[in-house]
Design a protein around this ligand. Structure first.
Ligand code: PHE
Length: 362
């Protein structure tokens, strides 16, 4: 850094000014210009020192030197400001060029998820009932063994109650199971709600099953329960047909095939006419159908008239009230309705599966 000013002669001032202007012109960046500014117009620059030296001059010379130095300093300030503006503009241009983006390039949009098809279908099935004025009922997934079995007339020796079929919450002596069906919600509803009852109970259920293309240990059911005066099997059939048409279209055919459930009497399984062969594979070895195994029908769910023992256990007068119940798997319904062949797709959480069925609910 230049130190003492040689003198306050015009010649000396001109040289100091020329040095300053040359240094500003040579600075190519903001940082370089800052260094040049400190050196040539900062507090310790020759001009600042010269300015301080003015005070030591005798009166007449002082005025003259003050004017010449003032003009020199103004010139240096102006040159500095001009160079600052130039460098600032150049640096801005450089930044704009560096940060330039091509807005016409294709962008990768943040991937948008999709509602899980099981959730979407469950809501769609709920809607069918809500539209008819039914209510939704829910219950816990870790359920009392009594509510899951005994209250449904499933006796202590029933094979389904074994640990090979049912998942118990340890310790077993606490009699808590992961519910094996949504039917315990029937009992909760019968105990809690006023008659008449029209409810659907959607939810997760658990069974000690293998995990393969047609079994998952955790799946979903929707169960319906109606208890009112004068309810018969005909009401059940009409309700199931309405649900089937809402799910599979007006052409779907259903049938009820006698079956046994401890909590309904009579009981049936409800089948759908095979939507692949429409029954044409039956007795027709040339055209076998894998979907219905050439039976013409596929099982959809269970149903029946509520066993009066179940109603009585919940304190309901079975001379006045009767009811029906049904239940089916959501996964099964999705398989039939949307040709989802492999249940593993439904649990793996790959958004492509969800997206492939997106909008299927509407
Ligand atoms: N709870 C039965 C099951 O999970 C289905 C069912 C519900 C059957 C209601 C009859 C009445 O298999």
């Amino acid at each position: 850094m230049p130190d003492e000013p040689a003198d306050l002669s015009q010649q000396s001032i001109d040289r100091v000014v020329a040095d300053a202007l040359a240094a500003f012109a040579a600075a190519g960046t903001g940082a370089e210009l800052k260094a040049a500014r400190l050196a040539h117009s900062g507090e310790k620059s020759p001009l600042a020192l010269a300015n301080r030296a003015i005070g030591t001059l005798p009166g007449p010379e002082r005025k003259d030197a003050g004017q010449r130095l003032g003009a020199a300093r103004a010139g240096v300030q102006a040159a500095l400001a001009a160079r600052e503006a130039e460098i600032g503009a150049a640096e801005l241009q450089q930044r704009l060029a560096d940060e330039r983006i091509d807005v016409t390039l294709p962008v990768e949009l943040a991937p948008v998820g999709a509602p899980h098809p099981i959730t979407a279908l469950m809501e769609l099935m709920e809607d069918v009932f809500v539209t008819m004025g039914w209510e939704i009922a829910e219950g816990p997934e870790a359920e009392g063994e009594w509510l899951n079995f005994d209250a449904l007339n499933i006796g202590p020796d029933h094979p389904a109650r074994g640990t090979t079929d049912t998942l118990f919450v340890a310790p077993v002596e606490n009699h808590i199971v992961l519910r094996t069906h949504t039917s315990p919600v029937q009992i909760r509803t019968l105990l809690d709600r006023e008659l008449p009852i029209y409810v659907v109970c959607p939810g997760k259920v658990y069974r000690a099953d293998e995990f393969d293309a047609t079994h998952v240990p955790v799946f979903h059911q929707i169960e319906g329960l109606c208890v009112d005066k004068g309810i018969s099997l005909a009401n059940l059939k009409g309700t199931l047909d309405h649900l089937a048409r809402s799910m599979f279209g007006d052409d779907i055919e259903t049938r009820m095939r006698p079956h046994y459930f401890p909590f309904t009497e009579p009981s049936a399984e409800v089948d759908l006419k095979c939507f692949v062969c429409h029954g044409e594979s039956v007795g027709n070895p040339d055209r076998p159908c894998r979907t219905c195994k050439s039976q013409g029908w596929i099982e959809w769910g269970g149903c029946g008239v509520v066993n009066p023992r179940v109603l009585a256990a919940c304190g309901i007068d079975t001379d006045v009230y009767s009811g029906f119940a049904f239940g089916m798997g959501i996964e099964r319904t999705l398989m039939f309705r949307n040709n989802a062949a492999d249940m593993r797709d439904m649990v793996e959480g790959d958004v492509r599966f969800s997206r492939s069925l997106k909008g299927m609910a509407r």
